[in-house]
Design a protein around this ligand. Structure first.
Ligand code: HDE
Length: 720
């Protein structure tokens, strides 16, 4: 058998013409765009019909084209993430404002203006991949920095604390919040018995519960929420000096939320609401931005805080350690393939670079094991680092080899160290001072399975959060607890929750209990239960403005305004107001009775973007109803249009009506400006006269900038 090869070599030397011909066999230049092939490159002559015995006969097993196509399809899905299954991602960059060399030797944090590519994945936690975006839940906020020294993953959430203190309780927490195992309901919701049963028995969850029952858990947009690293990490500088560090992401557009009724409706009207919002914003060049904030604490000063930095149910109030803004992150590129990028991206809190290290937070320590482990089953083997989205931008080299789905072809004889056979010099590693050096922290002994007493206080920071909320935010928290607990079947569980809440604030507990058909909250009963710690450490502050979302600002950029029209709409004043909105960065969409065009009062054609029924008011931040007698009349007769404004009113959104447009507000008792008309927060009733138009536009912009008008009275009475 060796003979022919020798022949060929011999002939090639002699310049044989047959070999020369062989060399010319280049691949055909057909591209996959214009020619379908099998995975082996064989051209498929017909992609519509399988191979059959006659036109009406059975399909033949020999049809390798059909078999390959269907086999691949059968295996298209990979297991979804056990938590954070539903998400969306985007590419961008991080740019440093100031050198952090004083604190860390991490290369990407040294040079002012240095840009590092990033990939970010946002997610909900409890729901399956196909669940809705706007459910009440924590949002994952995971950032992969592709640095020159390796990938650094900051795998955080939009809430700065966590439910449990020790990794040991994480599987229990997740089991409790996921759909109940006997009937797999409810999907993507914490409003059920098992979740509240578990958390009511674990008072350490109380602080995070306050956040999850607040508006933080129903963000208006992923672009309008904060991110947090949650755990305390360490920065180590070139001299080996360490600082504790907490990470924050501050959104440039401010922090804003939906209202609960709206969130539930959007979950049905557009389950992809947050994904679409992020995708469209980036697509339209409205790149979302966050600033990276750091709280830095000298190792020796951590003790003085009054609570334990290693306890992930605690935050450091910004009033005690200010957040320093050190850079900005811009997301400017959508993915090209959701599966290859967003689904296959593998984050890991253990992906750190020299200069960034861990603390002994027992929740973080558990995470360090979990993330590689989960990728092994989710991505099918140990080579997921070779997937394009997970590959670093710096070269890497080691002797890990083979395994499922190996892409790299490692060449040569040597796959071990030390060795003398590899090309170049002898390979022997004797340690040294370069590369990643773990912080040489002294450890305590002996081994034990104990919780540190410094983790005992479960309520002081929950009370701090409560005290820091505006009165509207407090109302929303009470309503959220009431809603969730009203879905809990067992009264004893409801009772346990309110008994615990009495340790946060007695009034909060009383209010929550009111409609739940249970007894008054009993703080003593809570304190008598096992697992309860009646301990409060002292905090130097009672409230912290940074914990509220109410004063966040952020302008009206990318806010969506619906312009409700029908035939006969008067566009003179409308255009002036619309221009003011566009100048302020808002997005205006015309919503009419049908797609195509409507005729204006001056006989022109106005293009319609959406209809009242295919794009409801919950998709918008504000509504403009222009003047025009016949347009206003048609709108007032149309149930969908009337519902549109009533719903926007109920959700406390800004509404601006011009001239006859006020007809649409008549059921709310709002009429044309005059002595009888009561002022209603966030409702602007403008005249169409040229002198009033410019001012109206400015007032409208300012009112939308206040996000929602919570002081609007009696919205519960509005039937929408
Ligand atoms: Fe995670 N977490 N987690 N987690 N986590 C996962 O990893 C885990 C925790 C967070 O967009 C999983 O690849 C344990 C805290 C985000 O791909 C899994 C513990 C915080 C994402 C896992 C925690 C997070 C995950 C599931 C307690 C905020 C989504 C799929 C010890 C700081 C990342 C996967 C993405 C994903 C385990 C607690 C954030 C199973 C064991 C605290 C943002 O490995």
């Amino acid at each position: 058998m060796a003979q022919p090869r020798q022949d060929t070599q011999r002939k090639a030397k002699a310049g044989d013409s047959a070999t020369a011909k062989l060399k010319q066999l280049e691949p055909f230049s057909q591209g996959p765009e214009n020619q379908l092939t099998t995975n082996q490159g064989v051209v498929i002559p017909d992609n519509h019909n399988s191979l059959k015995a006659g036109a009406r006969g059975p399909t033949l097993l020999e049809d390798f084209i059909l078999r390959e196509k269907i086999t691949h399809f059968d295996h298209e899905r990979i297991p979804e993430r056990v938590v954070h299954a539903r998400g969306t991602g985007a590419h961008g960059f991080f740019e440093l404002y100031r050198s952090l060399s004083e604190y860390t030797r991490a290369d990407f944090l040294q040079e002012v203006g240095a840009r590092t590519p990033v990939f970010v994945r946002f997610s909900t936690v409890a729901g399956s991949r196909g669940s809705s975006d706007t459910v009440r839940d924590v949002r994952g906020f995971a950032v992969k920095f592709y640095t020159r020294e390796g990938n650094y993953d900051l795998v955080g959430n939009n809430i700065p604390v966590f439910f449990v203190q020790d990794a040991m309780k994480f599987p229990d927490l997740v089991h409790a919040v996921k759909p109940e195992p006997h009937h797999e309901m409810p999907q993507a919701a914490s409003a059920h018995d098992t979740f509240w049963d578990f958390v009511s028995l674990m008072p350490e969850t109380t602080h995070m519960l306050m956040w999850v029952m607040s508006d933080r858990a129903i963000p208006r947009s992923l672009r309008m929420m904060e991110g947090f690293g949650v755990h305390t990490f360490r920065f180590i500088n070139a001299r080996g000096v360490a600082h504790f560090v907490k990470f924050h992401w501050k959104p440039k557009l401010g922090k804003h939320a939906l209202v609960w009724d709206e969130a539930q409706k959007i979950a049905g009207k557009d389950p992809d609401f947050h994904r679409r919002d992020l995708w469209e914003s980036i697509d339209q060049g409205n790149f979302p931005e966050w600033e990276l904030g750091l709280q830095l604490i000298e190792e020796g000063k951590a003790q003085a805080l009054g609570f334990d930095l290693l306890d992930p149910t605690k935050l450091i109030p910004e009033d005690m350690v200010p957040v320093q803004l050190v850079g900005r992150m811009t997301l400017n590129r959508n993915v090209e393939n959701f599966f290859s990028e967003t689904e296959q991206v593998a984050f890991h809190p253990g992906h750190v670079v020299p200069g960034i290290d861990f603390s002994n937070d027992p929740l973080l320590q558990g995470r360090l094991f979990s993330y590689t482990d989960t990728q092994l089953s989710r991505l099918g083997g140990p080579n997921f680092h070779e997937l394009p989205i997970n590959r670093g931008v710096c070269p890497f080299h080691n002797f890990q080899r083979d395994g499922m789905h190996r892409m790299q072809i490692n060449k040569g004889q040597v796959n071990y160290e030390p060795n003398t056979l590899a090309t170049g010099s002898e390979q022997r590693f004797d340690g040294g001072t370069g590369g990643f050096q773990s912080y040489p922290q002294e450890l305590e002994s002996p081994k034990s399975r104990r919780r540190s007493p410094s983790f005992d206080d479960h309520f002081t920071q929950a009370t701090l959060f409560w005290n820091s909320q505006s009165s509207a935010e407090k109302d929303h928290i009470i309503a959220a607890f009431q809603f969730e607990l009203s879905k809990v079947q067992l009264p004893a569980i409801r009772q346990r929750v309110v008994d615990n809440l009495a340790h946060v604030d007695p009034k909060l507990a009383r209010k929550v209990a009111e409609p739940l058909g249970i007894g008054a909250p009993d703080a003593k009963a809570a304190a008598g239960r096992s697992g309860f710690r009646d301990v409060r450490f002292k905090l130097p502050i009672d409230a912290s403005a940074a914990l509220s979302m109410e004063t966040t600002g952020g302008g009206i950029q990318t806010r969506k305004v619906a312009i409700l029209v029908a035939g006969g709409v008067e566009t003179g004043a409308m255009k002036i107001v619309q221009q003011a909105l566009l100048d302020a960065g808002a997005i205006c969409k015309v919503v009419g009775p049908h797609l195509g065009f409507v005729s204006t009062s001056s006989g022109q054609q106005l293009a319609v973007d959406f209809t009242y029924s295919n794009m409801p008011s919950v998709m918008f931040d504000a509504v403009l109803v222009p003047s025009g007698a016949s347009s206003a009349k048609t709108l007032a007769m149309n149930g969908d249009a009337v519902h549109f404004v009533l719903e926007a009113f109920k959700h406390c959104k800004t509404i601006c009506v011009i001239g006859e447009g006020v007809e649409l507000l008549r059921t709310l008792g709002i009429s044309a400006p005059g002595p009888d008309m009561p002022a209603v927060a966030g409702v602007l009733v403008g005249k169409s006269e040229p002198t009033a138009r410019v001012q109206l536009g400015q007032d409208f912009v300012a009112a939308i900038g206040r996000h929602r008008h919570w002081s609007r009275a009696n919205v519960e009475a509005v039937p929408a």
